[in-house]
Design a protein around this ligand. Structure first.
Ligand SMILES: O=P(O)(O)OC[C@H]1O[C@](O)(CO)[C@@H](O)[C@@H]1O
Length: 527
């Protein structure tokens, strides 16, 4: 059994702290040696991706100190315990099984006589069968006509991951003739969200997936009622247009009002649930079950790499530990995720939830305060758009923000033009290469306003193309990175008590049970 200790009690962390400002990346990347470093400081990921950390503030000494930290913190032993079914989510007394939804990495996990791998596969099959019947016209609207659009109603993990993945694969599916149905999403309780989506779809030919693990989320239940009202007013029977994705114990599971219900369980956290029916139903309907299966395979292959004890062959653990060095030794407060891929436009938003809801904590897994900083602020936008927005601060602002670039050699649609001797794809890739060097090396200028100090670290994940498999690998990479960082910080990365207080107070406002500041704010907002 692994021992769970606070980071500041580990000898290897004391040694790592002595290496503050150890590497000057501007110097490390200069000249021929710099070129060699770019070629060498790279490790393969799954699905043809690679993780390049040449522009990070590490060298053999820092990497060896990080490897010692990984060993002393028993990161691989903890991962093994996790996928073998230990109660890693101590706050909610639950196992953490999202890896099992993609592959059996370890021993069978059996709960109340049910093999959990078999349960997840059975639910995937149920979603696949449902999607195939919709595509074949075996499940239709009441007039016997095919459904053409699918709308997901959910919020947080029941929205962000699936939405990011749908957007990521929409063009790829169109280019590869696997695009089946357009998907839309309703998440916000702002009535303008549901109203705008409902006016943009043909209700009679739309399927709605109500996605809520708990079946109690205010926004989702409100939006479900909003949609049912619209269907009824259009003379349609809501129960012939809706399915549910939920846990077997939720109130939604007991309802007869759905065409079908696809189940998940409490062992897959909302922000890790894209690989369950939460993402599986909509992606199978939109692109076909085979595409979702390829995404799972990519994720499974990346998970397999994450089991490697050798830090240099484990890109997820390596990325995690470099992040620990940046946060706890260098003292950087945030991390930007910058995909040079328009298809990944919502991926940073998904990672925001995944990372910040997991590791935005100041007590350890035993409920005791920790004396070190934990999860960074995560934000991001696709490049090159971000360059014309917030990169000014990244280049010359007072905080150093570590950067995680993502780039692909080829576009998804393959439609491109050559203008002034380069294609758009080449221009995109040229920009990411330029940014890495500009951030790391800077540029001296007598005019301080034009001076770039450099020394701003970044990594880049490079792939051939954004496909279902490489997207799955990318998703798993970041999930595993967050998991390893939570282990190092001795946090429970799998609950989210920090979101509860706001929910409780909002209920009080709606029940007009307020006083003091809450009452005055409520009055100001006309509630
Ligand atoms: O799927 P549910 O139960 O509706 O929860 C939605 C989201 O709400 C949260 O619990 C936070 O409020 C997230 O963790 C979760 O992804």
């Amino acid at each position: 059994m692994a021992t769970w200790k606070n980071l500041d009690t580990l000898d290897s962390f004391g040694k790592l702290k002595e290496l503050k400002n150890h590497v000057d990346i501007a110097a490390a990347l200069s000249g021929e040696e710099g070129g060699k470093r770019v070629a060498d400081y790279s490790t393969p990921m799954a699905a043809g991706l690679s993780y390049n950390y040449a522009a990070k503030e590490v060298d053999e000494t820092v990497l060896s100190a990080l490897a010692k930290l990984a060993d002393e913190a028993q990161l691989i032993d903890k991962f093994q315990e996790l996928y073998n079914g230990a109660v890693i989510n101590t706050g909610e007394n639950r196992m953490v099984l999202h890896h099992l939804a993609r592959k059996q990495l370890g021993n069978p996990v059996v709960v109340d006589g049910v093999d959990k791998r078999e349960f997840y596969v059975a639910q995937q099959k149920k979603a696949a069968d449902f999607a195939n019947k919709v595509h074949a016209g075996e499940i239709t609207n009441e007039a016997g006509e095919k459904f053409t659009t699918v709308v997901q109603i959910g919020i947080g993990g029941s929205d962000l991951g699936p939405r990011a993945l749908y957007i990521a694969l929409e063009n790829w599916a169109k280019a590869n003739n696997t695009f089946k149905m357009e998907a839309k999403f309703i998440s916000n309780v702002d009535p303008d969200d549901a109203a705008a989506v409902l006016t943009s779809v043909d209700l009679a030919h739309s399927l709605f997936i109500v996605v809520s693990k708990s079946g109690t989320t205010l926004e989702t239940l409100t939006n479900e009622a909003f949609v049912k009202d619209a269907l009824t007013k259009a003379g349609l029977n809501p129960s012939k247009h809706m399915l549910a994705v939920t846990s077997e114990t939720s109130p939604l599971a007991k309802s007869e009002d759905y065409l079908t219900a696809i189940f998940m369980d409490d062992y897959i956290g909302g922000r890790y649930s894209s690989v369950s029916g939460v993402g599986g139903a909509i992606l199978s309907l939109a692109f076909g079950p085979e595409v979702f299966a390829q995404l799972l395979e990519g994720a499974a292959a990346e998970d397999q790499l994450a089991t490697n004890r050798d830090l240099m062959k484990n890109p997820d653990m390596l990325d995690a530990l470099i992040g620990i060095y940046e946060r706890n030794v260098q003292g950087y407060p945030s991390t930007a995720v910058l995909p040079y891929s328009q298809a990944l436009s919502r991926f940073p938003a998904h990672l925001q939830q995944c990372d910040m809801e997991s590791n935005g904590k100041t007590v350890n897994r035993f409920g005791e305060p920790v004396n070190y900083v934990t999860g960074p602020v995560i934000f991001g936008e696709p490049g090159t758009n971000g360059q014309h927005s917030f990169y000014q601060l990244l280049h010359q602002g007072s905080d150093i923000v570590p950067l995680q670039f993502i780039g692909f050699k080829n576009s998804q649609l393959g439609v491109d033009v050559d203008i002034e001797n380069s294609t758009s794809q080449q221009k995109l890739c040229a920009n990411v290469a330029a940014q890495i060097v500009a951030f790391a090396c800077g540029k001296e200028d007598e005019n301080l306003n034009k001076n770039f100090k450099g020394k701003r670290p970044s990594s880049i994940i490079i792939g051939q193309q954004l496909t279902p498999a490489s997207l799955g690998a990318l998703l798993a990479h970041f999930e595993n990175k967050i998991m390893f960082q939570g282990f190092v910080w001795n946090l429970n990365s799998f609950d989210q008590e920090g979101v509860q207080l706001g929910k409780v107070l909002a209920k009080r406002v709606l029940a007009h049970n307020t006083d003091g500041a809450l009452k005055v704010f409520s009055d100001l907002l006309n509630i």
